[in-house]
Ligand binder design. Structure first.
Ligand SMILES: Nc1nc2c(c(=O)[nH]1)N[C@H]1C(S)=C(S)[C@@H](COP(=O)(O)O)O[C@H]1N2
Ligand SMILES: [Mo]
Length: 403
């Protein structure tokens, strides 16, 4: 006779360690090998965007210790195009990267949590720095994307916040790479299938191979560039369905802020319009006919908007230097440019001395063979080489030589 089996008493609390949320992510695609490879290119994109971003920021700094160059005339156009392309490519890379690593978010902290320990401190610092990195990276890409669509849904300055967070993101990225360097070197030196650095539960097959996931990621990054780069690369215009400005606009050039949005009317540029060139108490006042009567010069120069679109046009007008000569302005002085604009920002800008003296810097009166349209800055606008579009002031009514 066998003794009856003792009925197991159901225990009210589960025994042993509860399976963590993290352990439910079993796909071997979420591996160090994939994370490091995607991370490498993500790092390259962030590095390129950081450097070109610094350049763009510097181009807009009012008192530059070292003057921003006026050559090559397409320099800012190319660097800002690269900036936007790098940011666009980073979007799919960041999404895949976050997908591969986010189960780590749920990894248990070293216990006990109540007593300070080295391990707890190290883990908290590492996760804290990752939180800063992820948050600032998402902010940079999201604010950049919103900016290239020329949508400003927030109340704070895009330029100030994008610039400040760029330092935070790049700083956190450097810390992250330094912390992970041993793992990065290991996995990049090993085959894609290697699993030495993977979470123990990440052994499931996953729907595709690691190779396929990576190929798809590179394709998505390339597509993101093609979909946006047409805003600045003419022969990509037709494929870039996500580009906001693609060469459409009066006189073959897109319009950024219209005259209407700036509070400028055609009447303001009418018979009463004067361009005043001012140096101390010397003032020369020119009508439209006076301006048209001065020696004209034509240059083919791009408008390269900080928002990532650019377009080239042939501008004709009076060299700024010739206007400054009318009041005997010495070489090298900065010039304050004042527009007729009554509403919103960018009504007043400063043209640094080296730009004012460049023979390529014009007070343009016409574009592509026609008098400037009102939206492009009629009666007269600044067009200077190698400058961010935001400083190519439209509807100019006053040039003041600064001491
Ligand atoms: N007075 C004035 N000039 C301005 C602006 C403005 O808002 N006001 N916008 C600038 C910006 S941001 C750009 S990109 C260029 C665009 O010139 P476009 O509209 O003729 O293409 O004009 C610049 N000149
Ligand atoms: Mo712009």
């Amino acid at each position: 006779m066998t003794a009856p089996e003792p009925t197991p008493v159901p225990s009210p609390v589960p025994r042993g360690p509860r399976p963590g949320v993290e352990e439910r992510f079993t796909s071997r695609l979420r591996s160090a090998a994939v994370a490091a490879r995607v991370g490498l290119w993500l790092g390259v994109c962030f590095g390129v965007a950081f450097l070109t971003g610094l350049l763009s920021h510097y181009a807009q700094v009012p008192d530059q210790p070292v003057a921003f160059p006026t050559v090559p005339v397409w320099g800012y156009r190319v660097s800002q195009g690269i900036h936007v392309a790098a940011g666009s490519a980073a979007v799919p890379l960041l999404l895949v990267k976050l997908w591969t690593v986010y189960p780590r978010l749920f990894e248990a902290l070293p216990r006990p949590l109540t007593r300070p320990s080295r391990a707890l401190l190290a883990t908290s610092l590492e996760r804290g720095s990752i939180a800063v990195l992820v948050a600032s990276a998402i902010f940079q890409l999201a604010s950049g994307l919103v900016n290239i669509t020329q949508w400003y849904p927030w109340g704070f300055s895009f330029r100030t916040s994008h610039y400040a967070l760029a330092w935070v993101a790049i700083g956190a990225l450097v810390v992250h790479v330094a912390v992970k360097l041993p793992v990065i070197r290991d996995v990049l030196g090993a085959p894609l299938e290697a699993s030495a650095h993977d979470r123990p539960t990440a052994t499931g097959p996953g729907p595709v191979s690691r190779r396929t996931l990576l190929r798809g990621t590179w394709a998505a990054a390339g597509a993101a560039v093609l979909l946006t780069a047409g805003a600045t690369v003419p022969w990509l215009r037709r494929v870039s369905v996500l580009a906001v400005r693609t060469g459409e606009g009066p006189q073959g050039v897109p319009v950024n802020r219209s005259a209407r949005a700036a509070g400028v009317t055609a009447a303001m540029g009418g018979a009463s319009y004067r361009l005043e060139v001012v140096r101390g108490d010397r003032v020369v006042s020119l009508s439209r006919a006076d301006l048209a009567g001065l020696a004209q010069r034509s240059r083919t120069l791009p408008i390269a908007c900080v928002e990532g679109w650019s377009a080239s046009g042939t501008w004709t007008g009076v060299p700024v230097r010739a206007l400054l000569d009318l009041v005997g302005a010495p070489a090298g002085g900065d010039v304050r440019v004042v527009s007729l604009q009554t509403r919103r920002a960018n009504a007043v800008t400063v043209l640094p001395g080296n730009f004012a003296d460049s023979p390529d810097a014009l007070l343009a009166l016409s574009l592509n063979g026609e008098p400037l349209s009102l939206d492009h800055g009629s009666p007269a606008r600044i067009i200077a080489p190698d400058r961010p579009g935001v400083l190519q002031t439209k509807w100019v009514t006053r040039l003041e030589v600064l001491a």
